[in-house]
Design a protein around this ligand. Sequence first.
Ligand SMILES: NC(=O)c1ccc[n+]([C@@H]2O[C@H](COP(=O)([O-])OP(=O)(O)OC[C@H]3O[C@@H](n4cnc5c(N)ncnc54)[C@H](OP(=O)(O)O)[C@@H]3O)[C@@H](O)[C@H]2O)c1
Length: 306
Amino acid sequence: MTITRRKVVQGGAAVAAATAVPWRLGGAQADDLIRRTIPSSGEAIVALGVGTNRYGVGDSAEARVPLRESLAAFHALGGQLIDTSEEYGSSEIVLGELIDELGLADELFLATKVRRLGRAEGSRIVERSFERLKKNTLDLIQVHDLIDFETQIETLRELKAEGRIRYTGMTTAGDEHPVEFERLMRTDTVDFVQLSYSIDDRRAAARLLPLAADRGMAVLVNRALGRGNLFRAIGNQPLPEWAAEFDCTSWSQFLLKYVISHPAVTCAIPGMRQARHVEDNMAAVRGRLPDAAMRTRMEQHFDSII
Ligand SMILES: NC(=O)c1ccc[n+]([C@@H]2O[C@H](COP(=O)([O-])OP(=O)(O)OC[C@H]3O[C@@H](n4cnc5c(N)ncnc54)[C@H](OP(=O)(O)O)[C@@H]3O)[C@@H](O)[C@H]2O)c1
């Protein structure tokens, strides 16, 4: 299926039509996108999502414009998974309203998180997430940073049994609680784990990524671009010519193809608040991916230039 701008505008109704969308779609073929299978269900999802921890811009119409364009571009280029959290300021509110305006409520894979203490407070906040995202059902809710894990995961399991969410998960980032995260991965059962992994932070490859594969858990990767710091580290260094061997034309695609090509990774969720970044990054889920030998070459090259 070829995705056209006309289709986006139709789906986005009046608001999208009124928005000057400064990106070109270039006839992306949704069928050609790289997908990964969620082990617990067999469902395939596109291997690049969008992280929205900086979408909390409140009700500023001006600040929402680039976010609306980014979401429209993301969907038009075949993207599915959006990751947010009740804890990201007004992010859930902004997302719920933009998704509604764009007419995408039934088109996306929505993932949020709960980061609260206690059953009553956790349940209240989860219900608020359904309201903010304007959905009766959500695809995934994760226990954010393992906060009150035992309590919150019970609530999430009940919601899954009731059919209100499809998947459960838990998250961590950086070097926070790796021992506890690994222990829970070994002893508990969740559909998704979310962790940090990038070419400059390969720690997850030692234990957590192989463990996720062994335990049949899908993996969402946060901070795949090192919070954007990797671009500053790379500076003006040229992209190596051999990046063309895995259909890579930008440093961002280089960094994302490195992450996505790890066999245990299901979906990378880079933060993207600009449509030109979405367009660049969605090319990472097209064409060839680096094999194991190429991944080693990428690591060596990256280490040599920073
Ligand atoms: N504990 C947790 O559960 C946890 C912790 C951290 C993060 N997360 C999740 O992971 C997501 C991603 O993390 P993150 O946003 O902190 O870090 P990140 O994805 O590593 O980096 C995002 C940064 O990269 C920039 N960028 C994206 N594409 C680019 C491109 N093609 N060229 C140049 N710059 C580009 C973005 O700019 P623009 O925004 O201007 O486009 C943004 O500044 C979060 O949004 C959140 O959903 C979860």
